[in-house]
Design a protein around this ligand. Structure first.
Ligand SMILES: NC(=O)c1ccc[n+]([C@@H]2O[C@H](COP(=O)([O-])OP(=O)(O)OC[C@H]3O[C@@H](n4cnc5c(N)ncnc54)[C@H](OP(=O)(O)O)[C@@H]3O)[C@@H](O)[C@H]2O)c1
Length: 404
């Protein structure tokens, strides 16, 4: 893989570092050759010259600068020394290797530059619908070895194209298979089928030699069942903060890149890889709480979008109120089951008055892109309400009343 770092530095002068990691995909640009420092290190220029640990915004390279001579620097940041740098170097997360170690001299200071960079990963994506295709596209573009496992019309389309094709004409080459090869030691199998479809693939996942199996879809069931099915030591969970769909196999996608609701995953190393691939991802240790909270939040929205899609018109106010009552009930249920409402932004949303939730749903059903997601049909909202009802049959009356 091509990778490089050029640095020249000095006290009171800026260090200029160029990220040449092939995995650098910040701002949809693969940084190669002589891309100027600010585009790979947008915050670098703001940093005082003696601030020494900088990560490229692509997150696929990380640079550690250690100044080991200048007295002023030592005074301002006590305890930070080459020894400290070595300790940090040892903390390089899984999936990142230590690259180069260089010294750069200037009259005032000597910088030691450590560069960490990401390795291309072998990734299978099981279920390349809108979400799986978005991950496949981003990860393949970021330099990873991506195989998509598809079926039916989607498999035929992918076999023809040998690529994920986006509406704007962009393509990312991927390998295509009709079944998960059990012998391959995938670094990651990302499972992006629907919750109602996962049982059919569990035997293949359990038999696979994959190192990590990450489930990424809406669900309300206890995560232990999936964890136990593939082995707790390699199970991971996530959820896409992405809006995506396929039209005749062609992908339209919008990735949430800022705000409080970024893509959460349970595994820090994969959070880094996804972020590096242009899907800003945060680590969420309580994915069960997160997913249950999200189900309570999203089910009324899903039903509103399905109705609006079918009618080509927004929902009525009384429908919006019934859905808002179902939303309140869903959040109450999450608390009753002993799960936390996460992330923090959702705590605020869960306390919004019913009438405000209704207004939001009413307005949302008039948004063309939300309405477009209703084309997926009522299946997933039914599955989620049934899962909620299965764990607490006496506490889901309002939800069952709106079940499509
Ligand atoms: N799309 C979004 O904007 C969005 C946003 C946030 C969250 N999510 C969530 O993310 C999850 C995935 O959503 P999605 O929109 O990508 O769903 P989707 O378009 O239905 O994609 C699922 C894909 O998996 C395939 N599949 C199912 N079983 C398979 C198997 N055994 N072998 C191979 N392929 C298989 C499906 O094929 P078939 O079509 O043949 O069944 C389909 O292509 C859902 O839980 C959804 O709620 C979606």
């Amino acid at each position: 893989m091509s990778f490089g770092c050029h640095a020249d530095g000095g006290y009171r002068t800026r260090a200029h570092i160029m990220c040449q990691s092939r995995l650098c995909h910040w701002g949809s640009q693969i940084c190669e050759g002589s891309v100027a420092a600010p585009s790979c290190f947008p915050r670098w220029e703001e940093a005082a010259p003696y601030r020494r640990r900088r990560a490229c915004s692509c997150a696929s390279s990380s640079v550690l600068l250690t100044e080991d001579r200048h007295p002023r620097d030592r005074r301002e940041v006590p305890g930070r020394s080459v020894r400290h740098a070595r300790r940090e170097r040892d903390d390089v997360p899984r999936g990142l290797d230590l690259g180069a170690l260089r010294s750069v001299e200037s009259p005032a200071v000597r910088w030691t530059v450590h560069v960490c960079y990401a390795q291309p990963m072998k990734i299978a994506i099981l279920g390349p619908g809108g979400i799986g295709s978005t991950f496949a596209f981003q990860l393949a573009r970021a330099g990873h070895d991506v195989t998509v496992i598809a079926r039916g019309a989607r498999l035929a389309h992918l076999e023809r194209e040998q690529a994920i094709v986006k509406k704007n004409g962009e393509r990312a080459a991927v390998r295509v298979q009709g079944a998960l090869d059990p012998a391959t030691e995938w670094d990651l199998v990302l499972v992006t089928v629907l919750a109602s479809q996962v049982d059919a693939v569990l035997p293949a996942l359990a038999a696979s030699a994959a190192r990590t199996i990450m489930f990424m879809f809406n669900t309300f069931e206890p995560l232990d069942r999936l964890r136990d099915a593939v082995g707790p030591e390699r199970a991971a969970f996530g959820f896409p903060a992405i809006l995506a769909w396929l039209d005749d196999g062609v992908l339209t996608t919008r990735i949430v890149t800022r705000g409080p609701l970024l893509t959460p995953v349970s595994d820090p190393a994969w959070a880094r890889v996804f972020t590096a691939a242009g899907i800003p991802t945060v680590v969420e240790p309580d994915m069960q709480g997160w997913l249950r909270t999200h189900a309570a939040f999203v089910v009324p929205g899903m039903i509103a979008s399905v109705r609006a899609h079918e009618r080509r018109a927004g929902i009525s106010w009384s429908e919006a109120m019934a859905l808002a009552r179902a939303s309140d009930e869903g959040f109450r249920l999450v608390r009753q089951l002993g799960d936390a409402i996460v992330p923090a932004a959702m705590v605020t949303y869960s306390r919004v008055p019913t009438v405000a939730t209704a207004a939001l749903l009413w307005a949302m059903s008039r948004s063309p892109s939300i309405r477009r997601t209703g084309a997926a049909g009522p299946g997933e909202s039914r599955t989620l309400i049934d899962m909620m009802s299965a764990v607490a049959p006496d506490h889901t009356r309002a939800l069952l009343a709106v079940r499509p």
